[in-house]
Design a protein around this ligand. Structure first.
Ligand code: NAG
Ligand code: NAG
Length: 374
């Protein structure tokens, strides 16, 4: 008779040990996969979450306003619609400049012989440009004044996109400045941009004062601090993404109102944060996270390095053209260097198609090098 009772008593510690093991296993899983932000899962509180929960259907963690809901559904459909095919795909080269373009003759050399595969748009914010190349005549679009670092910069980018989207053959949209020059020949650039599905938008997380330090809580609830990103403004995007930018009013308005110089005693520059943040939120896998336009910030000054005639050598251009890793440095005291290979359709490739900034005086030198080497 006492035997069964005895057995029951000895089973209880086993059961407790099993429970302890289970709890330990869960703790180890949580330690190995620290719960970051799985917006698709929830368990009492939204941060108690593990990758095991990812199969759960997406749960809306906050209530969207009518406008945000509308923007989200339009953006989703733009992203899921098949790209509009063109029999004659072209690349739109969009120049954002103050006045005349010092490197028109160089660009003319770049474009020559490829008529029908490109279009040119010029937004000149201060004075009407004098064009020295026939390819650029008639390419000026209606322009407005642009103030450095202000939302008017993004407005000008959108104005260029609206104009370039009118031509349904334009499949890829490259934003360039008056100090940009090409690093490769036209065919290379054309195949690089049209041969992949992704857009080249620079995007990285900078926890320092020149990154997330510029975030304002007024951007809530639409834009959370952990979604705030940084990147150079010189993008190169596919048609779908150009449409997406025009479809967004909600997130854009947040930047217009709360990311500007002097905001809450800090400076925020929309042209460095709006597109990286927007695409990080709505299509992170659709962007390369680097810009195809090279710029040298290594001197650590307020402005990037600008090349004079004496700096412009075959070696300089060759070195820039052969870089195949993108580098981002955080602006906090740690100055963390984030290095990533530039992957084009999964293959390691040179990152850059264009470079800046060049002084106008470098034109002759560049023309000669371009003819000889490219
Ligand atoms: C990417 O482009 C290729 C054609 O180059 C197409 O077949 C493929 O479906 C595209 N993929 C996506 C995800 O859009
Ligand atoms: C860009 O970075 C995001 C993370 O922010 C990542 O999800 C995405 O896969 C990256 N894009 C590419 C092409 O690797």
């Amino acid at each position: 008779m006492p035997a069964p009772r005895h057995r029951a008593r000895s089973r209880r510690p086993l059961w407790i040990i099993a429970m302890i093991l289970l709890v330990c296993t869960m703790l180890i899983v949580l330690y190995v996969y620290p719960p970051q932000r799985y917006s698709a899962c929830y368990l009492m509180s939204s941060h108690v979450c593990s990758p095991l929960m990812e199969w759960l259907p997406p749960v809306r963690t906050r209530v969207y306003s009518d406008d945000e809901l509308a923007a989200r559904v339009v953006i989703r459909d733009i992203l899921s619609a098949p790209a509009v095919e063109s029999k004659n795909p072209k690349i739109a080269f969009m120049f954002l400049t103050a006045g005349s373009l010092p490197f028109e003759k160089l660009w003319e050399k770049f474009f020559q012989g490829h008529e029908g595969r490109f279009s040119i748009y010029v937004h000149a914010s201060t004075e009407k440009p004098l064009h020295v190349s026939p390819l650029f005549i008639g390419t000026d679009i209606h322009s407005e004044k642009v103030s450095w670092g202000k939302i008017s910069m993004v407005e000008a980018e959108k104005r260029l996109l609206v104009n370039a989207l009118q031509d349904t053959d334009n499949q890829h949209f490259v934003l360039l400045s008056d100090s940009c020059v090409p690093l490769h020949n036209f065919d290379y650039v054309y195949n690089y941009l049209t041969g992949t599905n992704i857009s080249f938008i620079d995007c990285f997380e900078d926890p320092g004062p020149h990154g997330t330090g510029r975030y304002s809580e007024n951007m809530l609830p639409e834009i959370e601090k952990e979604d705030f990103r940084k990147g150079a403004q010189w993008f190169s995007i596919k048609r779908q993404h150009a449409l997406l930018i025009l479809a967004d009013g909600v997130y854009y308005t947040k930047f217009k109102l709360y990311c500007r110089p002097g905001m809450e005693g800090r400076n925020c520059y929309s042209d460095e944060h709006y597109l990286p943040t927007l695409f990080h939120m709505v299509d992170p896998g659709g962007i390369a996270n680097w810009s195809v336009t090279h710029v040298d910030w290594s001197e650590g000054k307020w402005h990037p390095k600008a090349y004079r005639t004496r700096d412009v050598t075959f070696e300089l251009l060759k070195n820039i053209a052969s870089i195949d890793e993108s580098i981002h440095v955080t602006s906090d005291l740690k100055k963390v260097v984030q290095k990533r290979p530039c992957l084009w359709n999964g293959m390691k490739r040179p990152c850059y198609l264009f470079a800046r900034k060049f002084y106008p005086e470098a034109l002759d030198n560049l023309m000669q090098l371009y003819s000889n080497s490219i």
